[in-house]
Design a protein around this ligand. Structure first.
Ligand SMILES: Cc1cc2nc3c(=O)[nH]c(=O)nc-3n(C[C@H](O)[C@H](O)[C@H](O)COP(=O)(O)OP(=O)(O)OC[C@H]3O[C@@H](n4cnc5c(N)ncnc54)[C@H](O)[C@@H]3O)c2cc1C
Length: 462
């Protein structure tokens, strides 16, 4: 037997690991460590546009897991192979050489990963898969016709009904001897993702603090980018180092009525966790989304205006719209962007600049620490109006109004655009006239005029 770790580098609520541990292996000597494997496949990660910060984050967790598993007498080998096909070749040889009868693993949702697993099975690798990436198993939240919902709200109602009726599987923690200090042995100081603690630390410290101090004001604070009103859990969920079922268990421990108290602030946080499940279920049913297709086929032949200069200005945060620019600089500098800003910049790229959402989706993946195909694709297609339960095409965010509403005193803008430090609050959202009148240091001229761009977008989409 062997255990194959993928997007699930955790000992907590990990069905593949649990079954591996619980399955007796005849002929195995008790004292000999059991073997597990994790592939470091840089070439494949590049093909999938993984950002350097995400790669670093995953590697840190892989290294920490080596130590954690050692205390369970499991030897985790980190094997460097370039891509998925080399993973299959390696495993095939390994299984033959060691007469492996079962390869335990958790399934992965995306198309290429599924193809790789099919190839494993076709080549005789005895793969046994479990599901670890969602709260309610995929395929179990369906409408009355037995198909996946196309709208979030009825999905959410059915999801809640399912959880209340059937509960959900949660395997709990496997106690290991490793303390949280494990981080110290994996070059914490010099890593690009070092400002994100390891998952164990997040589970023990950050999440409980969020539940205690923030979640009860989540609905009112979640849209303000200058304050830390959200959980910051996305990178952990995207890398599979924290289980979404653990998240729900912890939430239920703290708020036992949360599944029925749907008008509370804390429920609005659970609502987002359900959005995550929604996009994963959607991808499971609509694998074409992994192939960059529009969910709504009506938009498949749209001729986007992929102007390179405009795209570069957006990427670099030089659009002349302070909130958009500050948001893009947050992404470029930290590898993370606030959700409200993701909506604003995605709307700006697709509606104001009429640039293909796929370019934005790719750029996000290449820079986000929490890059995740299902949520990223869902978010981009929502903003571009091509997606499932997307915003209607005529809803075009005004980046100046968004700025006035969600960053009224320009605190977030000033944090990332030091050139606007001295601009008064009243002018910070669109400072061009003020700068000209006062002969101040230049800021980027707006690359499009909001009113003109809006009319152009309406005509374009129509
Ligand atoms: C254009 C666009 C691209 C996005 N790309 C990604 C991505 O690559 N990876 C990713 O994890 N999220 C993505 N999101 C969703 C969301 O922006 C992030 O999950 C959130 O900002 C992460 O911060 P947090 O963990 O503090 O979230 P919180 O507000 O604390 O929410 C808790 C969790 O709920 C889930 N969640 C929240 N909002 C959404 C949402 N709109 N869709 C799906 N799940 C959600 C996430 O897992 C998140 O960590 C994207 C949204 C947009 C509009």
């Amino acid at each position: 037997m062997i255990l194959w770790f993928r997007n699930d580098l955790r000992t907590h609520d990990n069905p593949g690991l649990q079954h591996f541990i619980n399955t007796p292996c005849p002929g195995e000597f008790d004292k000999e460590p059991r073997k597990a494997i994790f592939f470091i496949s840089e070439q494949q990660w590049q093909v999938h546009d993984w950002s350097p910060i995400k790669i670093d984050f995953v590697k840190r967790h892989a290294k920490a897991l080596v130590q954690e598993l050692a205390s369970l007498n499991i030897e985790l080998k980190l094997v460097h192979v370039p891509d998925f096909s080399a993973q299959v070749t390696y495993l095939k040889k390994y299984c033959l050489r060691h007469n492996i009868q079962t390869v335990f693993a958790n399934s992965e949702l995306e198309y290429n990963e599924q193809q790789r697993d099919k190839s494993c099975t076709a080549q005789g690798i005895p793969l046994k898969l479990f599901e670890a990436d969602v709260i309610v198993p995929k395929g179990q939240v369906l409408n009355q016709s037995g198909i996946m919902f196309k709208v979030f709200t009825p999905f959410k109602k059915a999801w809640l009904k399912h959880v209340k009726q059937f509960g959900f599987e949660y395997l709990g923690k496997i106690e290991t001897n490793t303390s949280v200090d494990v981080e110290l042995t994996v070059d914490r100081e010099n890593t690009v993702s070092s400002s994100w603690p390891l998952a164990r630390d997040y589970e023990l410290n950050t999440l409980p603090t969020f539940f205690q101090d923030k979640v009860t004001s989540y609905a009112s604070q979640r849209d303000i980018p200058s304050i830390k009103g959200t959980s910051g859990i996305s990178s952990y969920l995207a890398a599979g180092v924290i289980s979404p079922r653990y998240v729900l268990v912890s939430l239920l421990n703290r708020f036992p009525d949360i599944l029925v108290a749907t008008d509370t602030e804390e429920f609005s946080w659970l609502n987002e966790i359900i959005w995550r499940d929604f996009y994963r279920h959607l991808l499971f049913h609509e694998q074409r989304l992994c192939k960059q297709q529009c969910f709504n086929q009506k938009y498949k032949d749209v001729q986007w205006n992929n102007n390179k200069g405009l795209f570069n200005a957006w990427c670099e945060g030089k659009t002349g719209y302070p909130l958009v620019d500050a948001a893009m600089r947050q992404l470029n500098q930290t590898g993370w962007m606030h959700n409200r800003l993701r909506m604003v910049v995605a709307s700006f790229l697709t509606k104001h600049l009429l640039i293909d959402w796929r370019l934005g989706e790719k750029y996000f993946m290449q820079h986000l620490i929490d890059g995740d195909l299902a949520s990223n694709n869902g978010g981009w297609q929502w903003a571009a109006s091509t997606g499932c339960d997307a915003q209607p095409y005529f809803r075009i965010f005004n980046p100046i109004k968004q700025s006035e509403r969600f960053d009224p005193n320009g605190e977030f803008i000033r944090k990332y655009l030091s050139e606007l430090e001295s601009i008064p609050n009243k002018h910070i959202h669109f400072p061009h006239q003020y700068i000209a009148n006062n002969k101040l240091q230049q800021y980027w001229q707006p690359i499009v005029d909001h009113k003109e761009a809006r009319l152009k977008a309406l005509a374009f989409y129509k």
